[in-house]
Design a protein around this ligand. Structure first.
Ligand SMILES: C[S@@+](CC[C@H](N)C(=O)[O-])C[C@H]1O[C@@H](n2cnc3c(N)ncnc32)[C@H](O)[C@@H]1O
Length: 236
């Protein structure tokens, strides 16, 4: 499993750069937080959240600050990210972190849910994390997430390719039209982002996302937010 695209975490070992990307709303975290709030509210019940590739949990904290959230379980490979998270959630939410590969952790959790050894989440959140996985890791993760019983909501937020667009064309489009607007980053930081994207970012098209989610047992695709680069999908 370590042979995966684990270089993807290099950018997140020091959290400051990504924090400024969030601050500039360059990856539409404000809109995505509203999308996650909508997914949580659609459950009409207190939410129990599994947040895969959670980073410092900022997105979930923004989204759930006015929701009744029983617990939030964040999973991330980056210790630096997890270390920043505890201050972000309101007092009544029980917080748990697991430092590890999200595919492995999800598989271990699914084994527990299936035999009733732990309470499953009802809100599955994967925000800007699944594009770091290999195809086989992604499929394994979706199969394990689909073990969560209904009612459930799966909010899959990620970069995406336009239909028919190659990864190279997408990288070029991103570097020439999106990155020039990230004005609160230095030139060196922009270069770091480009290097990270070239080695570690493997987004899917929307249709491939829906096809895979459906193949592994998720239904009723709803688009919660979309612009030219970022897509929030809700599955059940
Ligand atoms: C772009 S950040 C997204 C953070 C947060 N979810 C958000 O939306 O702002 C990607 C996060 O995924 C984590 N990550 C990447 N690959 C991972 C993996 N295989 N297992 C667990 N975490 C991973 C990185 O460490 C990083 O914190």
């Amino acid at each position: 499993m370590n042979s995966s695209r684990d270089t993807s975490v290099e950018l997140f070992r020091h959290w400051g750069l990504y924090d400024r990307i969030i601050l500039g709303n360059h990856m539409r975290h404000q809109q995505m937080a509203l999308a996650v709030t909508k997914a949580a509210e659609s459950l009409n019940a207190p939410c129990r959240v599994l947040d895969l590739g959670c980073g410092d949990g900022q997105l979930a904290a923004m989204a759930l600050c006015n929701c009744h959230c029983e617990w939030w379980h964040g999973v991330d490979l980056s210790r630096a990210a997890l270390d920043s998270a505890p201050q972000l959630f309101p007092g009544q939410t029980t917080i748990q972190f697991t430092e590890g590969h999200l595919t492995i952790v999800t598989h271990q959790l699914a084994e527990q849910w299936l035999v009733g050894r732990s309470t499953p989440p009802n809100l599955l959140l994967a925000s800007y994390a699944l594009h770091h996985l290999s195809e086989s890791q992604l499929q394994q993760t979706l199969a394990d997430l689909a073990c969560v019983p209904q009612p459930r909501a799966f909010c899959w937020i990620d970069l995406y390719l336009s239909e028919g667009e190659s990864r190279q064309d997408w990288l070029h489009r991103f570097h020439t039209t999106a990155l020039p607007t990230w004005s609160n980053l230095t030139e060196a930081e922009v270069s770091e982002v480009i290097a990270h994207m070239q080695t570690s970012d493997f987004p899917l098209t929307e249709s491939r996302r829906v096809e895979l989610a459906t193949q592994f047992g998720f239904q009723s695709h709803e688009v919660l937010f979309r612009d030219d680069f970022y897509l929030a999908s809700l599955f059940r």
